[in-house]
Write a protein that binds this ligand. Structure first.
Ligand code: GPV
Length: 832
């Protein structure tokens, strides 16, 4: 493990300290040097990407001193390291964020301008690393920012997908997916650590024999061994002088060629092997909230978990030879069940490879691991067909069985004779086909289980994890999600950030409770008009981009009503559409109707195999086509589908919103984090009592939040009593009119069949109660319209939203994880 070469310089742990100035002149020099030495280009011939790469390398150089110093913490016995295991990190572009967090923005901008370029242009050049689907991956990225900002030694472990989340094109109103070639022009932020590599076994079978001392030894004889190589990306904390580590694993063949096959003349077979090995980390699965999965996905999960745990054990052994103390070196957080094989893999490494007894290994495994659940949707709980699991991970299945045997013993002691409970809590599902239940494995193998919003945690305890809660209530806690104010305000909304800082100082960036000081400006007319000016400028910027990307002209004076998130029936983009259709009909019926102009903006990707979600995208675009061009509407309503919603586009969209749509069926959205980004940027929310909406409303005040719809209890009751969506359709004329219009082919050039599956779904099933909430939603939207007419009052509410959003900083979330789960001390903010 320690192959350090001793040289005269080895004693210098502080590192060689070249002078890396951060002034404009030094930056200018550094960019030109990198253009020459790294990109091998003459300035006259350099492309925009060459300049972007040169600048990024210059910035990365300036992060290295802090980074190398931070990496040293991993060897310091006194400091527990947080290890965040996540199959997704939806980072968004690095350059702007790193300039903000390191404080080099101005120097970089000036240096770039002195070279005749603009920083904005170079920022636009970056292909964002889209290594995640949506909320779960983005949450992991916000947490890395906060961990570094709060100076907590930490490593984010994940997968270096060669292709991240697909790029979304809209063709003829339909979503078309194209490959995300984010590495095409090189990635200046990562450092390949060829020497940090581990072997990962797969497939085959196990054998038992007695070793020389008569002890039972277990051998796993795999059919395949794959190599995982570390790629490190520095994560700058905000002015913290700490740089965190994101370590992503790329799969490679152990040997590039199978020489036996090669010698036998089977050249193609030899290369085949390499292709299969490399395919493990080829592509991100584009489903958020997946159900029963595919072999390759299980292989991905095992691959990254195994590399990460082997790496942690290596680091631990640098500190102490005693693996019983592993839990003092690492606190491991499992981001949903995707990394839950870590429970079985840590057991295997400790017992099979490092000779610990089962009990000692189990004790340390449990006290190391913790599990965050991110969904209540039963179909989204991961489970693996037993045979598939056995074929890939024969040894782990044995370990799972042994964990299960011991666990079920405890259950039957606690609940004698309760067979049904035993069957529910088993790690193996046996009702109609056998499966390994990953949420049960994660729950049993962890000392802490948390939900991501207060309501979500309560419902977890009552529903999907009720049995586990009853048996071990002390394991459960809530940590409400948060988002980083660095990326989501400072970087995305510089105008607002400047106005806030000019009024109350800059402390809010790391102490967002200080935003409360804005409350007293809510009665200052000149402040309010500055506030509106910022919002209007953001709306104009978005309008310009909408025109460029979709050809639709929108009025920046109109109410920007925005719903951006993955397309999902439970998120109810179709409920939003029903409102639009109703307004459309009202205008058609009464051209003089008092309806303040609105621009409805949608964005979000649909899982490629999710038919209904894709049909919803088509319907949004079809409604847009009709409404946007109807002369009777005369621009009072505009509907836009903003293609390829991702972090980069989000940074443009959130700051421009007046109204944030958070309209999921109550009890279905675990937390939501877009809701926080909108509100933090001064949008008001229309929402149900779902996920973190509940807490947002509590914080901002009910008079500053547009609430509608059934609550979770009412949803359950209605379902139980028998829900008949057809009745709502029969009894509400406007609802009928909206649905009939879709059914008639009005939006599909007369093709009445096109949206039939969606209409049928609503009328005969409507699992997510869109029709039940329709009238309440419409009435609430009227309150929104009325409020928006009183612009001054609207701005007051907008200010109060921002002023009271401090709770939703990811710094607060991370502090709670430290206290409640990781038992890691919170350090005072730098430089105290
Ligand atoms: I499970 N979430 C996600 O994006 N992908 C998943 O696979 C699963 C959950 C989301 C939830 O849907 C959001 O409510 C939540 O805010 C987010 O995870 C972060 O907790």
């Amino acid at each position: 493990a320690n192959n350090t070469v001793k040289t005269a310089a080895s004693s210098q742990t502080q590192g060689h300290n070249p002078r890396r100035g951060v002034g404009t002149a030094a930056m200018n020099r550094a960019i030109l040097d990198h253009l020459h030495f790294t990109m091998a280009r003459l300035p006259a011939l350099a492309s925009r990407n060459d300049w972007y790469m040169a600048l990024s390398h210059a910035v990365r150089d300036r992060m290295l001193d802090d980074w190398l110093a931070s990496l040293h913490h991993f060897r310091n016995k006194e400091l527990k390291v947080v290890s965040y295991l996540s199959a997704e990190f939806l980072l968004g572009p690095h350059l702007g964020n790193n300039l903000i967090n390191t404080g080099m923005w101005d120097a970089a901008r000036d240096a770039v301008e002195s070279l005749g370029l603009t920083l904005e242009d170079l920022l636009r050049q970056e292909e964002e690393p889209g290594l995640g689907n949506g909320g779960l991956g983005r949450l992991a990225a916000c947490y890395l920012d906060s961990l570094a900002t709060l100076r907590i030694p930490s490593i984010g472990y994940g997968i270096r997908y060669e292709f991240g989340i697909f790029d979304q094109l809209i063709r003829d109103g339909w979503q078309v997916e194209t490959a995300d070639k984010w590495l095409k022009f090189g990635n200046p932020w990562e450092i390949c650590r060829s020497e940090i590599a581990y072997e990962v076994k797969m497939g085959g079978h196990t054998e038992y024999h007695h070793d020389a001392d008569g002890r039972l030894a277990i051998a796993w004889l795999p059919v395949k061994v794959i190599k995982g190589v570390a790629y490190d990306t520095p994560i700058a904390g905000y002015r913290s002088r700490i740089t965190g580590l994101l370590r992503l694993w790329k799969s490679e063949a152990v040997e590039s060629f199978n020489f036996q096959a090669f010698n036998a003349g089977e050249y193609y077979h030899a290369v085949d092997e390499k292709v299969v090995s490399e395919s493990i980390t080829k592509v991100l699965y584009p489903n958020d909230e997946p159900g029963v999965g595919k072999l390759l996905r299980l292989a991905q999960q095992y691959f990254f978990v195994s590399c990460s745990l082997q790496d942690m054990i290596r680091v631990h052994l640098l500190r102490s030879p005693r693996l019983e103390e592993f839990d003092q070196t690492f606190a491991v957080q499992m981001n949903d069940t995707h990394p839950s094989l870590a429970v079985a893999e840590l057991m295997r490494l400790l017992v099979d490879e490092h000779g610990l007894g089962w009990d000692a290994a189990w004790k340390v495994t449990r006290s190391t691991m913790a599990y965050t659940n991110h969904t209540l949707l039963p179909e989204a709980l991961e489970k693996w067909p037993l045979q598939l699991f056995a074929n890939l991970l024969p040894r782990h299945l044995e370990i799972v069985y042994e964990i299960n045997r011991r666990f079920l013993d405890e259950v039957s002691q606690a609940y004698p004779g309760d067979q049904a409970r035993l069957a529910r809590m088993s790690l193996i599902e046996e009702t109609g086909g056998k499966f390994v239940r990953m949420a049960n494995l994660a729950s049993v193998g962890s000392h802490a289980i948390n939900g991501v919003a207060h309501l979500h945690t309560e419902l977890l305890k009552e529903t999907v994890l009720a049995d586990f809660y009853q048996m071990t209530p002390g394991k459960f806690c809530n940590v409400t999600n948060g988002v980083t104010p660095r990326r989501w305000v400072l970087l995305s909304n510089p105008g607002l950030a400047r106005l806030i800082s000019e009024s109350i100082g800059e402390e809010w960036v790391t102490a967002p409770e200080k935003l409360r000081k804005l409350e007293r400006f809510a009665s200052d007319p000149s402040f309010l008009s500055a506030w509106r000016w910022v919002k209007d400028a953001n709306k104009r910027a978005l309008a310009a981009t909408i025109l460029e990307r979709t050809g639709v002209t929108v009025d920046p004076e109109s109410l920007f009503d925005i719903q951006v998130k993955r397309i999902h029936e439970y998120k109810r983009q179709h409920l939003n559409l029903l409102h639009i259709l109703t307004l459309y009909h009202r205008i058609k019926r009464d051209p003089g109707a008092q309806i303040p102009p609105r621009t409805f903006i949608f964005g979000g990707k649909a899982a490629p195999g999710y038919f209904m979600a894709k049909l919803i995208i088509k319907l949004i675009n079809s409604v847009a086509e009709v409404v946007n061009t109807d002369p009777e509407v005369a621009g009072r309503l505009k509907v836009v589908f903003f293609p390829d919603f991702n972090v980069t586009n989000g940074q443009l969209i959130y700051p421009a919103a007046d109204l944030s749509e958070q309209i999921s069926t109550s009890g279905k959205e675990a937390s939501g984090t877009g809701n926080m980004k909108f509100s933090l940027n001064g949008a008001l929310t229309i929402g149900t009592l779902d996920g973190a909406n509940v807490e947002i409303r509590e914080e901002v005040g009910e008079e500053n939040f547009f609430l509608f719809g059934l609550n979770a209890t009412e949803v359950q009751a209605l379902k139980k009593s028998g829900y008949h969506p057809g009745r709502f359709y029969e009894e509400d004329g406007e609802l009928r009119e909206a649905i009939d219009a879709v059914r008639s082919g009005l939006f599909s050039h007369g093709d009445a069949g096109l949206f039939q599956p969606l209409v049928d779904h609503l009328l005969y099933d409507d699992e997510y109660l869109a029709l039940a909430d329709y009238r309440s939603y419409l009435e609430c939207q009227e309150r929104v319209s009325t409020a928006f007419r009183q612009r001054e009052l609207w701005s007051v509410k907008s200010v109060l939203n921002v002023a009271r959003m401090g709770k939703f900083s990811s710094d607060r979330s991370i502090r709670e994880y430290c206290e409640k789960i990781w038992k890691v001390p919170i350090r005072p903010p730098f430089p105290h």
